[in-house]
Design a protein around this ligand. Structure first.
Ligand code: CDP
Length: 228
């Protein structure tokens, strides 16, 4: 069957990865979480003391880029997990220490260049669902199906809060809401590949949608695209 490229972009914590992952599983495509890659670089910076009081040690990070090897592997339940230099860092990259610094790392030109090159290589053979901020605009501008997802900041913060709580992690709704708004501000305002809807992307506001509704909607978009 014909294989296509599916790009899912949007604001932070609006359920992009849940819908992208579900769709990929359903249609037998590879799923790539591009945000996890920026999170992995952020984790590397934390581990190697590359943050200063108000920024990043850029020359040191640039020199370290060839030593940052990011891969994904499926766990026993078939879920993809992020590895940094052969170490599974899936849990570590979801915490607030990484979340509060990742958007700063994602503004750095040489980091974006390296991540985009890796993402394009992963999607070389199509049959891929990738989610992020610049997938439909920069990584795969020719993707056959592009979705731009959004929801209100409060709904998104509540979802992230519930997700962390369900995992038994410490979380404060207020600090999550602040983080969601701050990341949107940095992601939309940065100079390189800012977060924006590609002209040919379909807009989805899922504030009032359940996960099954969203899943059905996305599957329908995929089928419509295949039949086009
Ligand atoms: O899932 P969540 O919305 O929390 O974020 P994520 O997809 O894990 O991405 C984390 C951060 O990485 C975003 O806030 C962006 O700053 C950055 N990012 C990016 O700049 N470009 C991408 N393609 C993906 C993520």
């Amino acid at each position: 069957m014909k294989k296509i490229t599916i790009a899912i972009d949007g604001h932070s914590s609006c359920g992009k990865s849940t819908m992208a992952k579900d769709l990929a599983r359903e249609i037998g495509y590879i799923y790539i979480d591009s945000g996890a890659m920026y999170r992995a670089v952020t984790y590397y910076c934390l581990q190697h003391d590359l943050f200063t009081e108000d920024g990043v040690k850029l020359p040191e990070l640039q020199a370290a880029m060839p030593d940052i090897r990011i891969t994904f592997r499926l766990n026993a339940e078939g879920r993809p997990e992020t590895y940094l230099n052969e170490e599974c860092i899936e849990k570590e990259i979801r915490g607030m220490a990484v979340s509060s610094r990742v958007s700063l790392i994602a503004t750095i030109g040489f980091v974006r260049e390296a991540m985009v090159a890796l993402q394009q290589q992963m999607g070389r053979d199509k049959g891929i669902v990738m989610d992020g901020r610049d997938i439909g605009t920069t990584v795969f501008p020719d993707a056959e199906l592009k979705i731009f997802v959004t929801a209100s900041a409060e709904v998104r913060a509540q979802r992230r809060y519930d997700e962390l709580k369900a995992k038994g992690e410490d979380a404060s709704y207020e600090s999550i809401l602040e983080n969601v708004k701050e990341r949107d501000r940095i992601d939309s305002g940065r100079a390189i590949s800012p977060l924006r809807k590609a002209d040919d992307a379909i807009l989805l506001d899922n504030s009032a949608m359940t996960i099954p509704e969203q899943k059905a909607w996305l599957l329908e978009q995929y089928q419509l695209t295949l039949n086009r």
